[in-house]
Design a protein around this ligand. Structure first.
Ligand code: PEP
Ligand code: CO
Length: 456
């Protein structure tokens, strides 16, 4: 077989990608991007792969979260900071509950391109091409706004670069210092959850004080003062992905330089399609969304194509079935993985199978459905004797009203108050933390069951 080339996807059937009308403009942008620095480095992608391998073995847990779609309009340092803060809080709660390291991966710094359920959208009898994310076209409902414009890739790159830069600064510049564990609380979190978080933060602070007395401090211990934070997005717009792909001189392998991890969406996972072709050739860890229509046979082909060497941490399977449906669909896929002896990291995305239209006309997700899918995910893994390796959420640090429910009970009538998403409804900071406490309970329950089995 001839060697993989980063442009090979061009010979495969593609779906969910725009038809750019101005080829010269597209080529010029691709040429420019090809000369820009990559946003991440191969060594980082390899380290993330190791961490994801640990999550697959139950020795770590993945927390992946962020916007459904990043937007040019809502780009701000505060927005990035607040999502980063909530993720740090969530990671603390999970680490505390599960007693394993939490691998933190943002849906950030590149999450711009969106697959859509229909190629066009009709409003008041007017039909226009669908909005496909800020890297492709614009949300405004006018014919000009919906024309795919390759120039937007340059703005997306700039925004992603600035986002990565800020995330790196937050991760290592003192913000994430564990002794600041109390300072990450956001004002609008539910009081009950704030209290639960404060209790955990107090205990962490106690341990830090104890260790400091024993001579172990942030000055001496790197792990106390910094966090590792990785970026990820759906590898959907392959012109952008190809242009940022670089040869890693150390390993002689190709790196998708657009983010540490990229995933393949539920609508673009055709085994012989362009997206699988691109993703199979890069050294990065790859996510694969698994939905109700994923068959065991498809999954087997996809696993062998995306992870031919059966590397640990290479392939993360992101289950997204919908409340009540995980029980129906996940077991056959878990069995397929077992039959193949494949190394994968199983992660639960309880968002994308639970989108509904509210009576008030908003796309929303009921918190209870999200929660139920998480519980079912854990339940199936328990029954099958396999490892739940992480969660994947659409969430924000902002106090939005996009998903209904939670202890602060966002109602369908409330949705219009602060509905800001550029695409799917996200959990707000309070809902994210509440869900995390429940995940931590599942995890600590699982660990104590494991512990007693080992002891007995
Ligand atoms: C997403 O993660 O934003 C998404 C579109 O997911 P899926 O491909 O699972 O529908
Ligand atoms: Co989404």
């Amino acid at each position: 077989m001839s060697e993989w080339q980063k442009s090979d996807w061009r010979n495969k059937p593609r779906v969910q990608m725009p038809d750019y009308t101005d080829a010269a403009a597209l080529n010029a942008v691709e040429a420019q991007l090809s000369n820009f620095p990559p946003l991440v480095f191969a060594g980082e992608a390899r380290t993330l792969k190791q961490h994801l391998g640990a999550a697959g073995r139950g020795e770590a847990f993945l927390l992946q979260g962020g916007d459904c779609a990043e937007s040019f309009d809502q780009f701000s340092a505060d927005g990035i900071r607040d999502t980063f803060k909530v993720m740090l809080q969530m990671a603390m709660v999970l680490t505390y509950g599960a007693k394993v390291p939490v691998v933190k991966v943002g849906r950030m710094a590149g999450q711009f391109a969106k697959p859509r359920s229909a190629p066009t959208e009709t409003v008041d009898g007017v039909e226009l091409p669908s909005y496909r994310g800020d890297i492709i076209n614009e949300l405004a409902f006018t014919p000009e706004a919906r024309i795919p414009n390759p120039q937007k890739m340059l703005q997306a790159y700039t925004q992603a670069a600035a986002t990565v830069n800020l995330l790196r600064a937050f991760s290592t510049g003192g913000f994430a210092d564990m002794s600041r564990v109390h300072s990450w609380t956001l004002g609008f979190t539910d009081e009950q959850d704030v209290q639960k978080y404060t209790d955990i933060a107090d205990r962490i602070q106690d341990s830090i004080d104890f260790m400091a007395a024993a001579g172990i401090t942030a000055d001496t211990t790197h792990e106390f003062s910094t966090v590792e934070f990785y970026t990820s997005h759906e590898g959907l717009l392959l012109e952008y992905e190809e242009a940022l792909t670089r040869l890693d001189s150390t390993s002689g392998k190709w790196l998708a330089g657009s983010g540490h991890m990229i995933w393949i969406g539920d609508r673009t996972r055709q085994p012989d399609g362009a997206h699988v072709e691109f993703c199979r050739g890069v050294l990065n860890p790859i996510g694969l969304k698994c939905g109700p229509t994923t068959t065991a046979d498809d999954l087997k082909v996809l696993m062998s194509r995306l992870n031919p060497e059966n590397e640990e941490g290479k392939l993360t399977l992101i289950a997204r079935f919908g409340a009540g449906k995980a029980v129906e669909h996940l077991p056959r896929l878990v069995k397929a993985v077992k039959e193949e002896g494949a190394n994968v990291t199983w992660v639960c995305d309880p968002m994308h199978g639970n989108t509904i239209k509210s009576s008030t006309g908003y796309k929303t997700r009921p918190f209870d459905s999200v929660l139920r899918e998480v519980r079912d995910f854990f339940g199936v893994h328990k029954a099958e004797g396999t490892i739940p390796g992480g969660v994947h959420f659409e969430m924000t640090g902002q106090d939005v009203t996009e998903c209904t429910g939670g202890v602060r009970a966002v109602t369908e009538e409330d949705l219009s108050d602060r509905y800001h998403t550029a695409c799917d409804p996200r959990l707000n900071a309070s809902q994210s933390l509440e869900l995390t406490f429940l995940v931590a309970e599942e995890l600590s329950g699982m660990r104590s069951a494991q512990g007693s089995r080992q002891a007995g």
